[in-house]
Design a protein around this ligand. Structure first.
Ligand code: GLC
Length: 733
């Protein structure tokens, strides 16, 4: 018989032991859980054969790379693109697979996202497109693109975020976080110096260290160090003699060593050209080799990839190190654990109402009102009885085309449809195409059944009878017109549009121009029209967004992410002859150096047609009372007040530029170093505060090979564009 007191002691001891055991199990479990990532990778590395490791480092199909089924490690599935999840293609070639459940929501092009100057829009965008990629079982979304807009001729500028490294650096981070919240890896591209499409696979770019670190790399650095991107895509071109898909300086020294990138470097499709370099210069997965866009069976059989049999031979001959192979495989396994094998992998969603709303919000906030003489816009339907809508882009699908970012959409609202849906029968709307993208001498490549003269006559006829003309033109993602693998031949609008506009303006001056493009265009008619909207490739919700802005349901708040030059020769890249653009014998020198875009225009005192950061509103904003804090640990805080002095609600992007007075080195006249978008009701004021950290004043010192800050006076400039500075202040460093 055990006494009660002894029973109590025994129970106490038992419960304490149980607690200790439980705590130990939990601790182990927790340790196991936290160690799972890297510990699991090390376990797999020990279990995997050499063949299995090498097989992971190259494609097994058009858009997948191998897993290790024996060990339960799934293959890696990838998909374009930055604006929506591409339709399924066949396993081994580019042809559409013809599925019936792979239509997507088309989000606006990234130029539009950049034009919102609103990081919240970028997060919303990334979350929505990430949900679609997850639902479609994609582990890697091949986007966003952040190549700098150096020339208005680059065929893929529409996929990128403009000419300013600071704007791109701020806008790329939330997009990546939004995508990766869905256990989908963003794959930031194209790293680096892929700033034109002409000769994209062979042009050998050279640029200074300053241009590299101050202009072309910052957005990639932000993507890696702040966005924590899980993958990066090497670009087709060379930089300083080495292809960027296996470039020791860019991939090993800068990306992996300096920026501590722990993700996967994926080649662009067909961007790999050399086994030894591919092994040793930082590439992790080789994709698309040998495919000439169509793929040809055995010649492109995956064993013939540079990182396939050739790699195994090098390893077996002791010419390649197992350490380097294990590093590649560790990175790929880490990405698999973050994506398809993620413990909290969500389910995603596809073509939901929420995604349409996200697409429309980004579109509405990205449209830029370039000109609005006498408040021509928004249209007042009480005063307008007949509207003539003219232009092929009013009805043409613009979610297709453009190359790898082209999409198969669930739906797409055209500008004409968007207007018809909103005005109902309160206004009489007549439509004429006006021009056809194959009809004029500009683009002979596309035979067309249309006759340019009759198209023009019909357009002029309805224009002559209308109260107002809405012209919807621009570029259209055809080859040479904002598309991959080709640059534009010039700055002018194609397909005879300038002539058509001249004829329309002869019979009606009340013309609102809606330009749809991803690039700047020349506007010989700019002084003859009262209103111009820069609309972008806006995706599924295009027509709803454009109509909302034209009719005043939405007050435009976008700002230009790149400069519109009056003529091509005003642009920095086009001011140094062929060596600067497009290059000579595939050799190219970025001779404008750090003076890209408005940096060139402002420093060289060349008036732009429309400035970087420009964008009007249906209301007005007053900037007041700039206060600059003392410099504390290299940080300055700028505070000022913005007031909506107009009659309608609207958004304003307050921009902050830094100018170094009497600099001892070459510097841009001014550089964007801060911005904030504020929405205000009529009469409302808000205090805005922007922090300038020491990198706002730094330049890259090529002798020290490090960042440096000049002592002395800096001017702080605040305003609604790079050319409308409203407040000035100065700080002494
Ligand atoms: C293309 C593009 C790249 C795309 C890839 C797969 O050539 O350069 O952006 O993601 O191939 O389509």
């Amino acid at each position: 018989m055990i006494s009660i007191s002894n029973q109590y002691c025994i129970q106490k001891v038992v419960s304490v032991c149980a607690f200790v055991i439980l705590a130990f199990i939990c601790q182990q479990g927790q340790a196991q859980k936290t160690l799972t990532g890297e510990a699991q990778i090390n376990i797999w590395l020990k279990q995997m054969t050499l063949d299995e490791k090498v097989a992971m480092c190259h494609a097994q199909s058009k858009f997948t790379s191998k897993g290790v089924p024996r060990l339960g490690i799934p293959e890696v599935t990838m998909s374009d693109g930055p604006h929506g999840v591409r339709a399924e293609v066949n396993w081994d070639n580019w042809s559409a697979a013809g599925w019936t459940n792979d239509s997507c929501t088309a989000f606006p092009a990234l130029t539009c996202l950049a034009a919102t100057f609103n990081p919240q829009m970028s997060l919303l965008y990334g979350q929505a497109i990430g949900e679609e990629a997850r639902y479609r079982n994609k582990d890697v979304l091949l986007g966003p693109g952040v190549n700098i807009y150096r020339t208005p001729l680059n065929g893929r500028n529409f996929e990128y975020m403009g000419e300013d490294p600071y704007l791109s650096s701020i806008m790329v981070v939330p997009y990546i976080k939004g995508v990766q919240q869905n256990a989908v890896a963003a794959c930031v591209k194209h790293y680096a110096f892929n700033n034109q499409e002409l000769w994209r696979s062979s042009v050998d770019v050279s640029a200074s260290d300053r241009a590299m670190f101050e202009i072309y790399l910052p957005a990639f650095k932000a993507a890696v160090m702040e966005g924590k991107a899980w993958s990066i895509m090497g670009s087709y071109n060379k930089f300083r003699g080495e292809h960027c898909c296996h470039n020791d300086l860019l991939l090993n020294k800068i990306l992996k060593d300096e920026w501590k990138f722990d993700g996967v470097v994926i080649s662009d499709w067909g961007g790999v050209h050399n086994t030894t370099q591919a092994i040793n210069n930082g590439l992790d997965i080789e994709m698309g080799t040998g495919t000439d866009g169509f793929g040809k069976g055995a010649k492109n059989a995956y064993d013939f990839y540079y990182l396939a049999n050739a790699y195994k031979t090098a390893l077996r001959n002791g010419e390649a190190s197992m350490t380097v192979l294990n590093d590649k495989v560790s990175r790929i396994l880490r990405m698999i654990l973050r994506t398809s094998m993620s413990k909290n992998r969500p389910f995603g969603s596809l073509v939901s109402e929420a995604h349409s709303t996200a697409a429309r919000k980004v579109a509405e906030e990205g449209i830029v009102l370039l000109k609005n003489q006498d408040n021509f816009l928004p249209l007042n339907l009480k005063e307008v009885k007949t509207i003539a809508v003219i232009g092929e882009n009013a009805t043409r699908s613009l979610t297709i085309g453009g190359g790898s970012s082209g999409l198969k959409v669930k739906y797409e609202v055209s500008p004409l449809q968007g207007l018809l849906d909103k005005v109902g029968n309160s206004v009489n709307i007549n439509y004429q195409m006006g021009y056809a993208s194959g009809a004029s001498d500009y683009n002979k490549e596309e035979a067309s059944s249309y006759d340019a003269d009759s198209l023009m006559r019909e357009a002029v006829t309805i224009a002559s009878k209308a109260d107002v003309v809405i012209y919807v033109g621009g570029l259209n993602k055809n080859h040479l017109q904002d598309s991959e693998d080709g640059d534009r031949a010039g700055l002018n609008l194609p397909f005879g549009q300038d002539k058509l506009l001249t004829e329309i303006l002869k019979v009606n001056k009340k013309v609102a121009i809606v330009l749809i493009s991803g690039n700047a265009v020349a506007m010989p008619w700019v002084n003859d029209v009262p209103a111009i909207l820069q609309s972008w490739y806006l995706g599924s919700e295009a027509g709803n967004a454009i109509a909302s802005v034209l009719l005043g349901e939405v007050n435009p708040s976008g700002k230009l992410p790149f400069t519109f030059p009056v003529q091509l020769s005003d642009n920095g890249a086009h001011s140094f002859g062929a060596i600067s653009y497009p290059g000579i014998d595939k050799k190219q020198e970025y001779k404008e150096d750090i003076l890209v875009g408005y940096r060139w225009h402002d420093t060289k005192k060349i008036e732009p047609l429309f400035a970087f950061g420009h964008g009007l509103s249906y209301t007005n904003f007053l900037y007041k009372n700039l206060q600059l804090s003392r410099v504390v640990n290299g940080v300055v805080t700028a505070t000022f007040t913005i007031t909506n002095t107009g009659k309608v609600y609207g958004g304003e992007v307050a921009q902050l530029y830094v100018h170094k007075k009497n600099s001892s080195i070459i510097r841009a006249e001014k550089e964007l170093k801060g911005f904030q978008k504020v929405f205000l009701n009529p009469g409302e004021s808000k205090s805005v505060s922007i922090q300038l950290k020491n990198n706002a004043f730094q330049y890259y010192d090529e002798t020290k090979k490090d960042w440096a800050t000049e002592k002395g006076e800096y001017e702080i400039q605040v305003g609604g564009s790079s050319r409308t500075i409203r407040l000035n202040g100065k700080v002494i460093l």
